[in-house]
Every structure is written in structure tokens, then in C-alpha cells.
Design a protein around this ligand. Structure first.
Ligand code: NAD
Length: 266
């Protein structure tokens, strides 16, 4: 995708969890609009370097990668500082990194509870805290938190994820109020099903458990939750991020925007 006039030229964006899935699509879309990008996330080093180099060719963006673990506050702070040092500032923070663990509360492993809360909720808190000085200096700041339909409603067996995503919406609203005077907007996007490795793992596990083909399970999986029984694309979530970073969204703050095929309309 290339534009005659990129809308985010010269802006700098840190996108957590951007080596895969939704985060990668967000990084690509922001780079296509001219933003410099700090990638973050795990994966094969050669693959990550390939992603970094291909993004750097888009609109001449400067692109770095930080392997900071979003469950480690000190690593998060160092990543934010590196973004400012290497890319010349920080205007846009997208808290996207997230993990899932599926088990009933009665048998939910405590270490998985701690890990999901650390990465999906505490990580965004520490990233926002570390980014505040740079975002204030920018006098145009954008924070976008990738929450979930599970930030608004619950499903069985996802206690930690549902609690973390509900918490992330609370954090979004609080940060929106605290940063409004600095011209920084803070919003959350609440996707329904998007076919990424995170969801594919859940589909494969269910197909195995129920002894049914993945295609059959996939249809049931969608139809159970969404009136529009189709996946949203990672690119459609990314387009919403680009919109929230643009001038038309200047007065949208503290919002939870659903892209969920009608999941939460029920
Ligand atoms: P994914 O598994 O494809 O990607 C997750 C990314 O986070 C990867 O880049 C991974 O390396 C990174 N990551 C994982 N743990 C990390 C850690 N400790 N530190 C740093 N990076 C880490 O997942 P996805 O489906 O693209 O999910 C992205 C976000 O969207 C998550 O917050 C998820 O909860 C949310 N979401 C996804 C869906 C969906 O249907 N896929 C729906 C609603 C919300």
C-alpha cells in the first residue's frame, strides 16, 4: 500500500507485540502512512529482521526492533527510552501484545493468571507510564490499547484474559482523563475474532478435543459469538488504529471501539 501523501510522516510509533498477527498489521499500516516504527515481540531473529527491513522500505520509515518482555517493567522502560533515542521521539503508543490461557477458574494455574495479567494489563500500564513524558512533549500524542470483545463481555474459561481486558478499558478511560490537557488521546479497540496464531491455537485445541475437523469447529466458533459469522481482518483493526492517529479522531478519547461482527450487540 502506498499513498501520495502519507498522513503520519515524521511521527514515531511503538507497537508492542508487532512480530505477528494484529500488531504486525498495525506496524505495517502505520509505516505505510510514513511513521517511524519500533517493533516489539518474540520470534525467529531472521524472520524479525526480514519484517524490519521490509517495513523500512515503506515510505522511507526508520524501523527498529526491541525484544522487551512485556511482563518486565524495567525492559518496557528501556524499550520506550530506546524508541526515543533511536527514532527521535515517541508520538504513538499501541499496546497490542497479549496472550491467552483457557481453563476454568477452579483449575486455572496461578502462574498463568499472573502471566496473562502481567502481559495484557500491567504491561500497558508500565508502557503508558514510561511514555508519558515523550507524549506530553509531542503535544500530539496517541495511545491505542488493543483490548477485546472480552473487555466488554465475558466467556467461560477465560477469567484472566477477561479480567485483564476489562481492566485495560478502565486504564484507557483513566489515562484519557489524565492526559487530555496535554492533547494526548487514549482509546481502546475491542476486536471480535481475528484469525491470527492466537486464535488458530484455540481452534486447533477445540478440534482435537471434540474430534471434529477444524473447518467445522471454526464455523461453530464464529457463529456462537458473532451475528456476522466471519473473521475481522488484522488489516481492518490496523485501519482503525490509523484513523485514531489521524486528525478526524482528535476529539475521540476514552472510547472503546468495537470491531466485532456484532458480538457485543447481543
Ligand atoms: P498473536 O499471538 O498473533 O501475536 C501476539 C504478539 O505479542 C506477538 O508478536 C508476540 O511475540 C507478542 N508477545 C507475546 N508475549 C509477549 C511478551 N511477553 N512481550 C512482548 N511481546 C509479546 O496474537 P494476536 O491475535 O495478533 O493478538 C494481538 C492482540 O489482539 C492481543 O492483545 C489480543 O488479546 C488482542 N485480540 C486478539 C483477537 C483475535 O481474535 N486474534 C481478538 C481480540 C483481541
Amino acid at each position: 500500500m502506498s499513498h501520495a501523501e502519507p498522513t503520519l510522516s515524521g511521527r514515531t510509533a511503538l507497537v508492542t507485540g508487532s512480530t505477528s498477527g494484529i500488531g504486525l498489521a498495525i506496524a505495517r499500516a502505520l509505516a505505510a502512512e510514513g511513521a517511524h516504527i519500533m517493533l516489539n515481540g518474540f520470534g525467529d531473529p531472521a524472520e524479525i529482521e526480514h519484517i524490519r527491513a521490509s517495513l523500512a522500505q515503506t515510505q522511507g520509515a526508520r524501523v527498529g526492533h526491541s525484544g522487551a518482555d512485556m511482563s518486565k517493567p524495567l525492559e518496557i522502560r528501556a524499550m520506550v527510552e530506546r524508541t526515543e533515542d533511536e527514532l527521535g521521539g515517541l508520538d504513538i503508543l499501541v499496546n497490542n501484545a497479549g496472550i491467552q490461557h483457557v481453563a476454568p477458574i477452579a483449575t486455572f494455574p496461578p502462574e498463568q493468571w499472573e502471566r496473562v495479567i502481567a502481559i495484557n494489563l500491567s504491561g500497558p500500564f508500565y508502557a503508558i507510564q514510561a511514555a508519558i513524558p515523550a507524549l506530553r512533549r509531542a503535544t500530539y500524542g496517541r495511545i491505542v490499547n488493543i483490548a477485546s470483545a472480552h473487555g466488554l463481555v465475558a466467556s467461560a474459561d477465560k477469567s484472566a484474559y477477561v479480567a485483564a481486558k476489562h481492566g485495560l478499558l478502565g486504564l484507557t478511560k483513566t489515562a484519557a482523563i489524565e492526559l487530555a490537557a496535554d492533547g494526548v488521546t487514549v482509546n481502546a479497540i475491542c476486536p471480535g475474532w481475528v484469525l491470527t496464531p492466537l486464535v488458530q491455537r484455540q481452534l486447533d485445541a477445540r478440534a482435537e478435543r471434540e474430534g471434529r475437523p477444524v473447518a467445522e469447529v471454526t464455523h461453530a466458533f464464529l457463529a456462537e459469538k458473532q451475528p456476522l459469522a466471519a473473521f475481522s481482518t488484522a488489516e481492518s483493526i490496523a485501519a482503525m488504529v490509523v484513523f485514531l492517529c489521524g486528525p478526524a479522531a482528535a476529539t475521540i478519547t476514552g472510547a472503546a471501539l468495537s470491531v466485532d461482527g456484532g458480538w457485543t450487540a447481543r
